[in-house]
Design a protein around this ligand. Structure first.
Ligand code: ADP
Length: 260
């Protein structure tokens, strides 16, 4: 028998349920949440997962630049968008693909929630894991993510200093209260190796995030060093996780724990 419309509908529903959403959040901006999201997606892809990337940082979308897909426009059919195929084998969607670069997005909460749904409810055919880069903080987009899209887990990013960790704790408690499992905390911008002498210093302190993760009762997933190469590769649209240096190794180690 040829499949009928109902069979196709059931198949689509099953596919949708199979999508494992992993939300990446932070207490505040500039700590490397978008950098981690992009590189986590690429590292998971290299581990053999069928992973997609949603840039839900809809007020400041940076994934098109990080993934080298600036200027591309998603196709749509029956009000559903098709993800853009990035060069890294990770299909993606970002508000940045729908507005002109640098264009200000001034939406109120409900509209921002709708925009998030458009990105998450796109045609993620064949994808099993969706990494969602949330805006910083604990606002409307986060709430609508939690209530409507029920993430399978959340990864929180922080820099090592106390102030950033206090903000991170706020993001952690938002997910905790909503019953979203906390996959763990990643410490970014830990330890800076001087490019000329090689000496490692800790501009933001060290070990703070691991200790804080312990206090919050969540796993510590690892640290990413503050490295010039991460910034330059990211700006060039080449996620370091796609390379073969020490940074790719650090992102792979985190991806393995997120996948476990
Ligand atoms: P967020 O999403 O938290 O606002 P981003 O991922 O956009 O933060 O990172 C902010 C800036 O810091 C970017 O220019 C990025 O390239 C840089 N950056 C992030 N992580 C690192 C790192 N580990 N080493 C060097 N630069 C980094």
């Amino acid at each position: 028998d040829a499949p009928g419309v109902d069979d196709v509908r059931i198949a689509m529903t099953q596919e949708k349920t199979a999508l494992r959403i992993i939300a990446v959040g932070s207490g505040k901006g500039g700590v490397g949440k978008s950098t981690l999201s992009a590189n986590l997606a690429v590292a998971l892809k290299r581990l053999g997962h069928r992973v997609g990337l949603v840039d839900a940082d809809i007020y400041g979308p940076s994934q098109p630049r990080l993934m080298g897909s600036e200027g591309e426009k998603p196709e749509a059919q029956d009000k559903q968008m098709f993800p853009i195929q990035s060069r890294w084998g990770v299909p993606m969607l970002s508000m940045g693909h729908l507005v002109k670069p640098g264009q200000a997005i001034a939406w109120r909460g409900p509209m921002a929630g709708n925009a998030l749904s458009q990105l998450v409810d796109a045609r993620w055919d064949g994808i099993d894991t969706l990494i969602v880069d949330l805006p910083p903080g604990t606002g409307d987009v986060q709430l609508s993510m939690i209530q409507k899209h029920k993430p399978a887990g959340a990864v929180i990013v922080s820099t090592p200093q106390d102030l950033a960790l206090i903000d991170a704790a706020r993001a952690v408690s938002l997910f905790e209260q909503a019953g979203v499992p906390l996959i763990g905390l990643v410490e970014n911008m830990a330890g800076y190796a001087c490019p000329s002498c090689g000496e490692v210093s800790d501009p933001f302190g060290s070990g703070g995030a691991e200790k804080a993760a312990g206090e919050m009762g969540m796993p510590f997933l690892g640290r990413i060093p503050l490295a010039m190469g991460i910034r330059t590769a990211s700006d060039a649209g080449e996620p370091p996780a796609a390379g073969d240096g020490a940074e790719a190794e650090a992102f792979r180690a985190i991806a393995e724990q997120v996948a476990a």
